[in-house]
Design a protein around this ligand. Structure first.
Ligand code: C5P
Length: 216
């Protein structure tokens, strides 16, 4: 048997700490990334799951790397990147982090201004130096769905992007059934109509495998 392909999957939100007990984050549950990790392991991949805080149990047989912040997620990915063949970035990385971190709890005052700076675009960083690796991003949109997804695919140098959207009857969070559209670099689209994330994960992995075979 040949060497197992190494699939690195990120999941969940990141948390950007304001003080020891408060943070900025988002409503990502991590379900999509965990389901993908489980299916990929079953398909015979060596899987590393790098996850922000969630309530989920990591699947058996998967190397689990818990992280909190965007910076920690990038650091964890840098460590596994040299052996990675495929990166699937489902994580909802916070776009902003506080400029200042307060070592003590911020006092309650009438008005508070918090200065934020952008976090690094992690998948873009790895996408730009991917070489032969296959890099997949996710895009959660609330407007101009397809145009935004295609722009992200190009800007981040991805091989495939999975578009999901909030609104028009679709809720991509948690375990509910959801619709998605896969878009690749040639512009080819595949619509996944209202299905569980388990079923979606099988199709997404299948589409990744087909394209990886062509890339080799
Ligand atoms: O936030 P955005 O819609 O640009 O996210 C699209 C893709 O970029 C996702 O795969 C997400 O994991 C990734 N991303 C990232 N680093 C960020 C923001 C997003 O890797 N700071």
């Amino acid at each position: 048997m040949g060497k197992k392909q190494h699939m690195v999957i990120t999941a969940g939100p990141t948390r950007e700490m304001l003080d020891p007990v408060r943070f900025l984050s988002n409503v990502s549950t991590g379900v999509m990334g965990y389901v993908l990790a489980r299916q990929a392991e079953r398909l015979g991949f060596r899987v590393t799951l790098v996850s922000g805080p969630t309530t989920l149990k990591p699947p058996d047989g998967v190397t689990f790397v818990p992280v909190v912040t965007a910076q920690e997620m990038k650091q964890a990915l840098s460590e596994v990147w040299p052996t990675a063949d495929i990166l699937v970035m489902t994580a909802a990385v916070c776009d902003y982090t506080p400029v200042e971190y307060s070592k003590t709890k911020i006092k309650r005052i009438e008005q508070q201004t918090i200065r934020l700076r952008q976090t690094e675009d992690i998948v873009k960083w790895f996408g730009e130096q991917k070489g032969k690796r296959f890099v997949v991003g996710f895009a959660l949109e609330t407007e101009n769905y397809m145009a935004n997804a295609v722009r992200k695919l190009q800007e981040k140098n991805l091989d495939l992007i999975v578009l999901n959207w909030y609104g028009q009857g679709n809720n991509p969070f948690g375990t509910a059934q959801t619709s998605m559209i896969l878009v690749d670099r040639s512009g080819a689209q595949k619509k996944l109509d209202r299905m569980t994330k388990g079923d979606a994960a099988k199709i997404i992995l299948d589409e990744i495998l087909k394209r990886c075979a062509k890339k080799d």
